[in-house]
Ligand binder design. Structure first.
Ligand code: EZ4
Ligand code: CO
Length: 425
């Protein structure tokens, strides 16, 4: 790399092949192109504006080789720091610059991060079923596709749709990102809210969930035997006491992890949960910097940190989180839902292949058209992922195809308790 190349353009590509993705394209004077994912589910245009209006003008004329300096410039130099919109924007720039550095040197990014420390990356996928028999079928279908680790979620007796699991939904549905509801009806708790167009709404009942979840997960363990890695996501919906009770009730199930038991803001509560259960805890998909992870890691209140490469400041920052976590035997299990693009998934895999304490990658998969818009060198085989050996991140975006899918407003659903009050999603 000459070190004399300069950034000549930074463009934001918004496309909605079934769901919205925001992508940053950085172009250099020497004709190199780097891609970064900037998708923030349900708040996509805020990041697009941050990049277009506030970041792109600062990138023009900069040396693309100076990844760390650019990171510091955008983080410290902005004065206003942290938060999902800022850190997703910084993350997108970081990904694009690593992509360019890889292309400039002819190396896949994992080689620039020190080379492979493993041959392939274990991943987990989702299985959902309205009731236990359908969940077991869904788990079996994922085992047949080779998955060694499965996140099991089901409906809850007496409730309508629960976290996107509905009676007629496919077994491995996409992460919610629904178009705004237009009417005022609320059939089975799933329709729009009482105030008109907006996110779909679900009714949540913690007692019903706590009665059902241990039984449901025990049935899955009984069905699959001891080897399959089982995971379960609680989505921030419990109090500390409830979380401790659930953890204890699940110990015999031998979960690989129990995810997001309590809301992310109050980290002290994990001390209480830890005192009562040895169930492995995973937290952090909504965290954006190492600062939000610091207490949880250094006090060993979690076993897995879930920060995502695109929402937590890119490859450069995720590696810092990994380095801190390594000191405390906390491992990485990054967020990888269908609402981050294949660009971010690829970047996460370059980190995964080269980072010792990387445990597992979430992999929900994508609709076929998404694979066409984002052509990627990464691949899935036999329960594992690999980033591929193309220079850079190994992603090419088909911009002509992307342009055929314009942005569509979409929201994550909202959950209310039976009394109408909002609860955590
Ligand atoms: O709800 O990605 O573990 N995965 C998850 C996801 C999140 C969505 C939010 O955009 O919890 O499905
Ligand atoms: Co989650």
């Amino acid at each position: 790399m000459s070190g004399t190349d300069t950034i000549v353009a930074a463009d934001v590509v918004i496309t909605s092949p079934g769901r919205n993705f925001v992508t940053l394209k950085i172009t250099t004077a020497e004709g190199l192109v780097g891609w970064g994912d900037a998708t923030l589910n349900g708040r996509e245009l805020a990041v697009a504006s941050y990049l277009r209006d506030h970041v792109a003008p600062l990138l023009i004329g900069r040396d693309p080789a100076r990844i760390e300096d650019t990171w510091q410039y955008l983080y410290r130099g902005a004065y206003w720091r942290r938060g999902p919109v800022t850190m997703t924007s910084v993350g997108a720039v970081d990904l694009a610059l690593w992509d360019i550095k890889g292309k400039a040197t002819g190396q896949p990014v994992y080689q620039l991060l020190g080379g492979a420390v493993r041959d392939r990356i274990l991943c987990y996928t989702h299985a959902s079923g309205w009731d236990v028999p359908r969940l077991l079928d869904a788990v079996d279908a994922q085992r047949e596709r080779g998955f060694r680790a499965v996140r099991a979620q089901s409906g809850v007796p007496g409730l309508g749709t629960v976290y996107g699991v509905s009676e007629n939904a496919p077994a491995h549905e996409q992460t919610p990102g629904h178009k705004p509801a237009s009417g005022h009806e609320q059939p089975d708790g799933r329709g729009p809210g009482p105030h008109g167009p907006g996110p779909q709404e679900e009714i949540w009942d913690t007692d019903a969930y706590l009665r059902h979840a241990p039984e449901m997960l025990a049935a899955v363990r009984e069905h699959v035997g001891p080897e399959l890695k089982l995971l379960h996501d609680v989505h921030h919906r419990l109090t500390p006491g409830e979380a401790a009770r659930l953890g204890k009730a699940l110990e015999a199930v031998n979960l690989f992890w129990l995810e997001d038991v309590t809301p992310a803001e109050n980290q002290e509560v994990l001390r209480h949960v830890r005192r009562h259960t040895t169930v492995p805890l995973a937290i952090g998909e909504v965290f954006n910097t190492v600062w939000e992870c610091q207490t949880l890691i250094t006090e060993q209140l979690i076993d897995f940190v879930r920060t995502c490469v695109t929402h937590a400041g890119g490859i450069s920052h995720l590696r810092r989180i990994a380095a801190l976590a390594e000191l405390w035997q906390v491992r990485l299990g990054p967020h990888g839902p269908s609402d981050i693009s294949p660009v971010a998934l690829g970047a996460s895999l370059h980190v995964g292949l080269s980072t010792p304490n990387f445990a597992i990658q979430e992999y929900m998969g994508y609709e076929p058209v998404v694979h066409e818009v984002f052509r990627h060198a990464w691949s899935y085989e036999d329960g594992h992922l690999h980033p591929g050996d193309e220079p850079g991140l190994g992603i090419e975006v088909d911009e002509a195809l992307a342009a055929r899918f314009p942005y569509e407003p979409a929201y994550l659903p909202v959950a209310r308790r039976r009394d109408g009050s909002i609860t955590d999603w």
